[in-house]
Design a protein around this ligand. Sequence first.
Ligand SMILES: Cc1cc2nc3c(=O)[nH]c(=O)nc-3n(C[C@H](O)[C@H](O)[C@H](O)COP(=O)(O)OP(=O)(O)OC[C@H]3O[C@@H](n4cnc5c(N)ncnc54)[C@H](O)[C@@H]3O)c2cc1C
Length: 301
Amino acid sequence: MTNLDEIKKLCEKLECKITLDCSLKEYVTFRFGGPCKALISINSAASAAELIKYMKDNDVKYGILGRGSNVIASDEGFDGVILLFGSDFAGISIDGNTIKCDAGALLASACVHAQQASLSGMENLFGIPGTVGGALFMNAGAYGSEMKDVVVSAEYIDSDCNIKTITKDEMNLSYRHSIFSETDCVITSVTMQLSSGNSDEIKEAMNECMAKRSSKQPLDYPSAGSTFKRPEGSYASLLIDQCGLKGLTCGGAMVSEKHSGFVINKGYATCADVLELCSEIQRIVKEKTGYRLELEPVILK
Ligand SMILES: Cc1cc2nc3c(=O)[nH]c(=O)nc-3n(C[C@H](O)[C@H](O)[C@H](O)COP(=O)(O)OP(=O)(O)OC[C@H]3O[C@@H](n4cnc5c(N)ncnc54)[C@H](O)[C@@H]3O)c2cc1C
């Protein structure tokens, strides 16, 4: 990459950590993926805006990553710069019933902060891996709750690299979808409105959610969570189960025996294995049930 020296200097000025020639598999929960030229750990909205402006002005390919828990990273890697929204940009503040989180804050930390402040509304989101920014990007949800139920506004970097505010009504939030997945806008902070509750009861509800996850999901294997979106009128896991696909394997990728909605990495899966297995699942499910399954994770390439 010809601009690497300039990018390094810009990172130095902005005090953002830059890691060169890293492996994507270290940054995604599926634990596969090829090399990446540079990965920059974002430390503020202003730094992110300046870096994105540089990338756009100089035609440098860039990608956005939170915890990488809803991403399929290609075996060829990423021929550009990854902007990582993680622990260097993870502030959480509470004011009354409002909780404001930097995009890199873990959703789980936000849930714990809310519980400690006796704020209810995020209990069912506890246990979803990933950042608050990543959760809003895809309107993450579980057990009948989704980000849509708690978010009131967000700050984001628009296509012209200005930092703007957007209200919930403007976010086009629906099942695993937000306006951010339609544009190149980047979420920098999320504000959520919760209600007053009892701290012990909130904690109990969170623990119950976590227990359900551990008993039903193959959490001891790397994955990106549910591999397919829920098709209208059914459930991906139910259809996969009905087609007898539990345990179906392609290289190191396998349909989990514990939860058929999850494709897991047995330890040596490649992106090609996962994509081949997914198309086989899609083909068989379509043939046998008529349902078309759509991938939930985003392919990073
Ligand atoms: C074991 C397991 C269980 C899971 N359970 C659930 C569940 O119950 N419910 C559910 O909804 N999901 C679930 N997921 C999927 C995943 O955890 C969520 O989608 C999560 O919200 C993704 O956040 P992330 O920070 O990891 O995003 P990433 O995977 O890093 O990114 C996902 C997408 O969001 C974009 N993105 C990330 N941050 C930003 C930002 N700040 N601005 C703009 N774009 C951004 C990325 O470019 C990428 O396209 C699960 C995953 C795993 C591994």
